[in-house]
Design a binder for this molecule. Structure first.
Ligand SMILES: [Zn+2]
Length: 402
């Protein structure tokens, strides 16, 4: 499995200038190669090979006055740029052949693109110094904020500048299930909701943390301020940068929250089950869907890879029966309920159920997990549903059945 690790970089002014040069050169080589291929296509010539383009557009171009400055950046960065174009073409052609979702033909890059990047492979001889800095050829030793532990040093690093003007080092690390955790008993179903971020089958309701809500509030404020600024004014430009920064902070805070919650859930449970989001999405409006699905799918992806890495079971259930309409206590099916109904009474057994927890229990049950329906029950029904005559009224207990 491949995992991406990103760390914030703090380049000095000189290093920022050197990086700008590298971004620019990589972009020029990419565009030159794209132009060469487009020209060949329009003239009915064969598709130029990458090796030939590398010789012509990098090695030979460096000795011409118009492209002499290509020599000021690491040649590996330029070669990687050609490889990126190859990938873009391959994805495009595979899309045409129906091997993957269709996508557009490769496009020219612009200096105004919001995201700029360059990649250094092992050939570039980049390294992490003993002082914990990132050494990049022809750029220097960059300060890194190591927010997580890298399992080991990967062979390739991508340096990215985002729309908020921040720099990141991004590493792709190949991992195996080498962090298998000791077995634990609990298993859990998770209902992702609009009211709470997540509701668990054991009755826990999880809201977004304060640091995320605060970042979201600041973003709203920045957006309001931007809308009040006059078009074309310098203050508007400033306000726009502020909004981009606030956006980036919200994205960071959200990612941090997803990491914390998914790690906790995987540590504390042997198995987790969620509903397929495509199924879930049917019930919601388009606006809410677009906002929440993005966050949910990132979160579900984290659960999935962390489960795989830690030796836990991850189950995604598809459409079976509407989770909010089935009584998790007796299995009886009650009709559809409008969203504002948070607590309902099962017509079959009389149990009073919390809508969200009931859904989470049903998700867990559909996934074949051993969970108790106790958490979903606000009050037991007037008529208990004993399985045997000798059985008395069941008292709510945490799940121990396995
Ligand atoms: Zn019932």
């Amino acid at each position: 499995m491949q995992l991406r690790y990103s760390f914030r970089l703090y380049p000095s002014a000189g290093q920022r200038a050197a990086l700008a040069k590298a971004f620019g050169c990589a972009r020029v080589v990419y565009n030159d190669a794209l132009r060469a291929r487009e020209t060949a296509r329009s003239e009915g010539m064969p598709f130029p090979k990458t090796g030939d383009l590398s010789k012509q557009l990098i090695t030979e171009a460096k000795s011409t006055p118009e492209r002499a400055w290509l020599g000021e950046v690491s040649a590996v960065v330029l070669q990687q740029s050609l490889r990126d174009l190859d990938t873009a073409y391959r994805n495009f052609f595979d899309g045409l052949k129906g091997k993957r979702p269709r996508m557009g033909a490769p496009r020219y890059k612009s200096r105004k693109d919001t995201r700029q990047s360059v990649r250094f492979t092992a050939n570039a001889r980049w390294s992490i110094t003993t002082g914990g800095k990132l050494h990049l050829p022809k750029i220097g030793d960059l300060k890194v904020k190591w927010s997580r532990r890298l399992p080991w040093t990967p062979s390739t690093v991508t340096v990215v500048k985002d729309s908020a003007g921040r720099y990141f080092a991004s590493f792709v690390v190949e991992t195996g299930p080498e962090e298998v955790l000791p077995e634990v008993a609990p298993e859990v179903g998770i209902d992702l909701g609009l009211g709470h971020f997540a509701v668990l089958s054991d009755g826990t309701k999880v809201d977004s943390p304060r640091f995320l809500r605060r970042a979201e509030r600041r973003l709203k404020k920045a957006q309001r301020e931007l809308s009040r600024k006059e078009k074309g004014s310098r203050n508007r430009t400033k306000a726009r940068i502020k909004v981009a920064r606030a956006h980036a902070r919200v994205a960071d805070a959200r990612r941090e929250f997803h990491h914390q919650l998914s790690t906790k859930l995987i540590r504390e449970n042997q198995a987790v089950a969620v509903e397929d989001l495509a199924v879930k999405g049917l019930a919601r409006t388009r606006l809410a869907k677009s906002v929440h699905d993005a966050g949910w799918s990132a979160f579900v992806t984290m659960l999935e890879y962390k489960a795989a890495r830690c030796g836990r079971t991850f189950v995604k259930i598809g459409r079976f029966e509407p989770t909010s309409q089935v009584c998790s206590w007796c299995g009886g099916k009650d009709g559809p309920k409008p969203l504002h109904v948070r607590v309902w009474t099962c017509g079959a057994c009389g149990a009073v159920l919390d809508r969200d927890i009931n859904a989470a229990v049903n998700i867990a049950k559909a996934a074949g997990l051993a969970v108790s329906a106790c958490g979903a029950r606000v009050r037991p029904g007037l008529v208990p549903a004993p399985r045997g005559e000798a059985e008395t009224h069941p008292t709510p207990q945490p799940s121990t059945a396995r």
